[in-house]
Design a protein around this ligand. Structure first.
Ligand SMILES: *Cc1c(COP(=O)(O)O)cnc(C)c1O
Length: 404
């Protein structure tokens, strides 16, 4: 059971909708979710899709119909989730550095909230006391994740209430009789090592004595997916088995039922996404052949921002013997997608596909260089449909006040 779209489906979509183009595969997203349900005990685990990875409402609808909950990073994501039809009790708002006004808005919308500073927790207590159950995000001082930009749990990270401030936290709990029902830890993205999640479990276990009202242990997201051919992602089967065992142990120890929450973003949508671009120009320079494509870091920033690897294939001529290329964008900026990369021999006009483009691809795209953002297409039951159109020049002007 490993669904993917074919070269023909992808190439036909590029011809039909134009390029650059983001293409998503609904069945693959559902498959990822079902794989989680297979390995984690559904009686003690719930999943919240971290939607900042990809927020198109048609994709959110696929996820909602599959029965998955949703994790939001901003109040606008909360509103998008409500728009799609997620029930407020299936929405989680994990805020960071937000104004208290935004937290009040989230309360009025009736969603789950994780608070990540003592300052906002104090304001929350003063306003709501024990009347609205609340989660707290803890910073465990664990270094984890693919690189420093996506590490969020270490001792210099801005995220969460430092574990070392446990006393201040419990003092606030007492002062306002806070109904703290969730302890939350999210240590970063691209965490391959199952052990990191078990370290969070240990931190939770040590904290629980101080939080008698806690019902949920939220382990955050960050499951790694394979980007390079042959690479391994997080071992979901092993993680599931370990977490199931931990949850059973902790339930027996405390004599009350606790639930584990996870917030996978990348895991849900990364592999279900494809980014297609067309080669405008081939340029030979010494040993290097540049393949200049009709997109840039404005549309897919991960290679430049995170040094991320995206596998690239030639959709137009996948069977050609490979040659080494430097794949570069069309932005006035050095936007190198890949260097010295073997790709089936390219002719100008060929379509290239970038794999793993579902997460943090379109979502981080911009109009830099006054380029249009790409269109997005969803395949469902082997049929494609447009789920957001390409920009037009009018779109670029629409927010600007007219010249008089
Ligand atoms: C970004 C984020 C996630 C998702 O991370 P992935 O690496 O995409 O799984 C989960 N929880 C929180 C709080 C986040 O900020």
């Amino acid at each position: 059971m490993k669904s993917s779209l074919t070269y023909t489906q992808l190439k036909d979509a590029a011809i039909q909708y134009g390029s650059p183009l983001y293409v998503y595969h609904a069945e693959k997203i559902v498959e990822q979710y079902l794989n989680l349900l297979t390995h984690f005990n559904p009686a003690t685990t719930q999943f919240f899709y971290a939607c900042k990875a990809l927020t198109n409402i048609h994709v959110l609808k696929v996820i909602q119909k599959a029965g998955c909950n949703i994790d939001c990073s901003s109040i606008n994501e909360v509103k998008l989730a409500l728009h799609v039809g997620f029930n407020p009790c299936t929405i989680l708002y994990t805020s960071n550095s937000v104004s208290f006004e935004e937290i009040k808005e989230a309360v009025s919308l009736g969603v789950n909230i994780n608070i990540d500073s003592l300052s906002n927790l104090e304001k929350f207590g003063a306003q709501y006391g024990d009347t609205y159950p609340i989660g707290v995000r803890v910073r465990p001082n664990i270094m984890a994740g693919g690189n420093l930009k996506i590490s969020t749990g270490h001792d210099k990270s801005k995220f969460g209430i430092p574990y070392t401030q446990l006393e201040e936290l419990t003092a606030l709990q007492k002062k306002y009789a806070l109904n703290i029902y969730t302890l939350h830890i999210h240590t970063g993205s691209e965490i391959k090592d199952v052990e990191v999640f078990l370290q969070s479990a240990t931190v939770f276990e040590s904290m629980l004595v101080h939080f008698p009202t806690v019902k949920v242990l939220d382990f955050g997201g960050g499951f790694k997916v394979p980007y390079q051919p042959g690479e391994k992602g997080t071992d979901i089967a092993l993680l599931g088995a370990e977490v199931n065992q931990f949850m059973q142990k902790i339930t027996e120890k405390l004599g009350r039922k606790l639930t584990a929450w996870f917030e996978p973003g990348k895991y849900m949508v990364s592999e279900a996404g494809y980014f297609i671009a067309q080669v405008n120009v081939l340029k030979q320079s010494g040993d290097i052949v540049f393949a200049g494509i009709n997109t840039g870091l404005n549309h897919l920033i991960r290679p430049m921002f995170y040094d991320a690897y995206h596998h690239i294939d030639n959709l137009s001529q996948p069977d050609k013997p490979t040659q080494a290329y430097a794949v570069v964008g069309n932005i006035c900026e050095t936007d190198t997608f890949a260097w010295d990369r073997p790709i089936p021999a390219i002719t100008e006009g060929d379509f290239l596909v970038f794999y793993n483009a579902g997460a943090y691809g379109y979502e981080m795209a911009s109009n830099y260089n006054a380029r249009f953002k790409p269109a997005q297409v969803l395949f469902e039951n082997n049929e494609s449909r447009l789920i957001s159109r390409r920009d037009t020049l009018e779109d670029l002007l629409t927010l600007q006040t007219p010249l008089t």
